[in-house]
Ligand binder design. Structure first.
Ligand SMILES: *[C@@H]1O[C@H](CO)[C@@H](O)[C@H](O)[C@H]1NC(C)=O
Ligand SMILES: *[C@@H]1O[C@H](CO)[C@@H](O)[C@H](O)[C@H]1NC(C)=O
Ligand SMILES: *[C@@H]1O[C@H](CO)[C@@H](O)[C@H](O)[C@H]1NC(C)=O
Length: 471
């Protein structure tokens, strides 16, 4: 009896060891590739080191002038020195990437009257040039954002002078695919097949943004939902895997109790489409929040089926509309992805940040590795399954993983602990992308402990794995 039980335990140990070992199986070296994700430059050419932080850090007069940093200020948008420093940091830390993804928001958070169409076109062309100058031989896959248009947020559903100008600016990167460039001209969305045969779909999600008055009430702005469905259907027929790249994600911000970014009917339709093709969508990249955040999409049975990775911003600009507004800024950040070339599987994230106050003090822009996702969080990779496990690991009170996530969320700017309300907003935004789910989660008093039973199982397996590994 005793011996039987013991060998049973050994069998289980062996099984756990083998399954963990096989799961963590290494990818052949020549199959490992890297790419950068950079987002939200929000370049302001009027940033002044004698600016007024209450006036966009623009110079007003000598009375309101402050001594501001050369690399920017937590209250404001980015000077060119910060933009250039970010792209140079990418080059210095990993020059030989396969490509770069760039999810937009180039213009400053200033009234439209201070920008205008001409200047908007110039800003986008200039930032395109900065990246091209520093990475002359690297392909960039760009996505348009709500601050890449004048008037801001009002992206139209048909071709325009600005869409054409953007297509002109980006055509150097997409010149191998004339359909992609033509599609950009039409409504600023496109699809293209990457070198490894993964299909990249880049929707113009700004058409769904609640701040876009042009598209309100339209059944399918620019026919983009139809186009997404057709493109995904074709990918499925051709056995292609898909990555989605866009500026604004569906779902809700995580640092406030908010309505979703998209009009509700657009949010639900978008999620319906993602859900329908979740089996071929193996990567989704967004930005817009300025924070380091992710979302896991569940089906009706509560199983994780897809996930979204949101890159933090280069711009440090303080968001005044968040729960902990005093800490609503972030350190400038750029993120490096490690992936499996042959399958497009996402293996890891290396998050780089610049400590803005230190850079200004020392007059030297130090970019450092903030964390490596698999090491910091003890996860195997950054696939949906692992991100689901990560979200589960956040649930217990005093979860170490959650505390790390909460710090990284602002690129290590906000060091205050996340209280109960803060954690509820975070958890609900991470695991509930549909509006009714999110609302129910925010109303619930026990949101942090929902799916608790699953969490216990995960914890049990994790600790068991730990015991096996260290013994
Ligand atoms: C500077 O601007 C402030 C705010 O508008 C104003 O109150 C002040 O009188 C101005 N000072 C000078 C010297 O113009
Ligand atoms: C864009 O670049 C041109 C050429 O370097 C420069 O003259 C212009 O001032 C720049 N525009 C902005 C908004 O920075
Ligand atoms: C950034 O630098 C400031 C000033 O030296 C320091 O107080 C802060 O802890 C640093 N933050 C990080 C994340 O290193």
């Amino acid at each position: 009896m005793y011996v039987g039980a013991q060998s049973g335990i050994y069998a289980v140990l062996l099984f756990v060891y083998l399954s963990t070992h096989i799961r963590a199986q290494t990818v052949a070296m020549e199959d490992v590739g890297y790419f950068w994700h950079v987002a939200d430059f929000h370049y302001d050419y009027q940033y002044s080191m004698r600016g007024d932080p209450t006036y966009y850090c623009h110079y007003w007069n000598e009375t309101t002038a402050k001594d501001l940093g050369y690399y920017g200020d937590y209250e404001c948008d980015s000077p060119m020195s910060l933009v250039v420093s970010a792209v140079q940091a990418m080059k210095a830390n990993k020059p030989d990437v396969d490509f770069i993804v760039w999810t937009g928001d180039d213009a400053p958070h200033v009234p439209d009257a201070m920008v205008g169409e001409e200047l908007m076109i110039e800003i986008i062309a200039n930032l395109t040039q900065v990246i091209t100058d520093i990475f002359p031989d690297t392909r960039v896959y760009p996505a348009i954002a709500n601050h890449d248009y004048d008037p801001s947020n009002q992206l139209p559903v048909q071709t325009s002078r600005q869409y054409n100008a953007i297509a002109d600016a980006w055509s150097g990167w997409l010149n191998h695919d004339s359909d992609a460039v033509a599609s950009l001209r039409k409504a600023a969305y496109y699809t293209t097949v990457m070198e490894n045969d993964v299909r990249l779909i880049v929707p113009n999600t700004n058409l769904y943004y609640t701040s876009n008055k042009v598209t309100a009430g339209m059944p399918d702005p620019a026919g983009q939902f139809d186009w997404m469905e057709n493109t995904l259907e074709e990918a499925k027929r051709n056995n292609q895997l898909v990555w989605i790249l866009a500026h604004i994600p569906p779902g809700h911000p995580e640092r406030s109790h908010s309505s979703p970014w998209f009009y509700e009917e657009f949010n639900e339709r978008y999620i319906d489409i993602i859900s329908q093709y979740a089996d071929i969508i193996i990567g989704q990249f967004y930005a817009h929040h300025h924070t380091d955040h992710f979302k896991v999409l569940y089906n009706d049975n509560g199983e994780p089926i897809s996930s979204m990775l949101l890159a933090p911003a280069v711009v440090p600009w303080r968001n005044k509309y968040v729960y902990n507004a005093e800490f609503g800024a972030n350190n400038p950040a750029v993120r490096l992805f490690k992936y499996q070339r042959s399958t497009g599987k996402l293996l890891d994230i290396m998050q780089y940040i610049m400590n803005l106050s230190e850079a200004n003090q020392n007059n030297s822009p130090e970019w450092v590795l903030e964390y490596t996702a698999t090491e910091a969080y003890s996860i195997d990779d950054v696939t949906t399954e692992s991100l689901h496990e990560l979200a589960e690991s956040f649930k217990p009170e005093n979860s170490e993983n959650f505390e790390k996530y909460n710090l990284y969320c602002s690129a290590s700017y906000d060091v205050t602990p996340c209280d109960e309300t803060c954690k509820q907003m975070q958890m609900c935004a991470i695991t509930n992308i549909r509006v009714s789910d999110y609302d129910a989660c925010m109303e619930s008093t026990t949101s942090a402990s929902s799916r608790a039973s699953f969490n216990t199982i995960t914890l049990f397996i994790t600790s068991f794995w730990f015991v096996v590994t260290i013994s």
